[in-house]
Design a binder for this molecule. Structure first.
Ligand code: NAP
Length: 305
């Protein structure tokens, strides 16, 4: 069974920044990642608010560069899915699709995944009209009519992205004002996105694919139908913590409880990035967490000796 001083679960900006710092401290370090470097960031076509890139940067490319930079200092990547963990054991154990690995310290940087609406037929229509990422699936809806559900930055960015590809974009939001940053409001108008306020999606219409959605105005109770080829669901994210929830303290929403030191309720276990309780979930705050988590993991390892 391979042993590492620091094992990191998740290869997004938090995970690879932690790997960079841990490897540069001379620790035997590996990132366990199930897909490709970058995490959620890799599905973002252009990141405009990561400093140092005045023209913006492609999220997939930034993820690959973060992996390369960590690898340059000796961090390994194990491409595997984590299926279980023994975080209070000595050493700590990660069970994965590629076998078991042990570690002295573990940094959990698993991020969060898109929340579903929970409507009948939603899973079945995934890839056939229901989507959760405009940058990933938008091209499939070129020239088509689509709706985006949500009022946060993700929903608005998705709507703006799709407005360049689709013949018509609706943005459906359950309130009468957007949660998204003010900078986007004018952009939506200029892009011709039609906002349907105070409304929720109550049902999905389908034949072989999605053909439309049913809406309810939450103020008047009025019901309506909207014909569309695609519905992009952007109603927030759910932390990817199910595997660790029983072992590490979480808040009500499932985020791993940790302050800026990224220390969790379990000694030697750290939480970094979107998976941690925090006010602002961004690429830069995830990267900052990665550095912090590696720093405090190093302190933990030094104190154990
Ligand atoms: P979010 O900010 O939590 O917004 C979720 C939106 O979905 C809210 O408008 C919410 O409505 C709505 N919603 C939640 N549950 C719903 C349901 N069951 N049915 C219908 N609507 C529902 O999530 P996000 O947009 O994914 O963003 C997550 C984080 O990433 C945020 O901190 C965001 O600022 C950040 N982010 C930043 C950027 C950027 O700066 N470029 C880009 C993307 C994301 P209410 O408003 O009524 O609660």
């Amino acid at each position: 069974m391979a042993h590492y001083e620091i094992l990191i679960v998740g290869g997004g900006p938090a995970g690879y920044t932690a790997a960079l710092y841990a490897a540069r401290s001379g620790r035997r370090t590996a990132v366990v990642e199930k897909l490709s470097p970058g995490g959620q960031m890799a599905t973002t076509s252009t990141i405009d608010n990561y400093p140092g890139f005045p023209e913006g940067v492609d999220g997939f490319e930034l993820g690959e560069k973060m992996e390369q930079q960590a690898r340059k200092y000796g961090a390994e990547t194990i491409y595997a899915e984590v299926t279980g963990a023994e975080l209070t054991a000595v050493p700590k154990v990660l069970h994965t699709s590629e076998g078991d690995f042990t570690a002295d310290a573990v940094i959990l940087a698993t991020g969060a995944y898109p929340r579903e609406l929970g409507l009948p037929g939603e899973s079945e229509l995934r890839g056939r009209g229901i989507a959760y990422c405009a940058a990933c699936d938008g091209m499939m809806y070129r020239g088509k009519v689509v709706a985006v559900n949500g009022g946060g930055n993700t929903a608005v960015e998705d709507a703006l992205y799709l407005s360049k590809l689709c013949s018509k974009v609706y943005l459906i939001h359950r309130r009468d004002s957007l949660r998204a940053s003010a900078v986007y409001h004018k952009a939506l108008e200029e892009a011709g996105v039609e906002i349907i306020w105070n409304s929720r999606v109550t049902a999905l219409r389908k034949e072989k694919r999605l053909t439309g959605i049913e809406l309810e105005n939450v103020v008047t109770g009025e019901k309506s139908e909207l014909a569309c080829d695609g519905l992009f669901v952007a109603v927030g994210r759910v932390p990817d913590t199910a595997l660790f929830a029983g072992q590490v303290e979480t808040d009500q929403a499932g985020y791993l409880v940790a302050d800026e030191s990224c220390r969790t309720s379990v000694p030697g276990v750290f939480a970094a990035g979107d998976v941690r309780t925090k006010a602002l979930r961004q690429v830069i705050t995830a990267a900052a967490d990665g550095a912090s988590a590696a720093h405090w993991a190093e302190e933990y390892l030094l104190k154990r000796v």
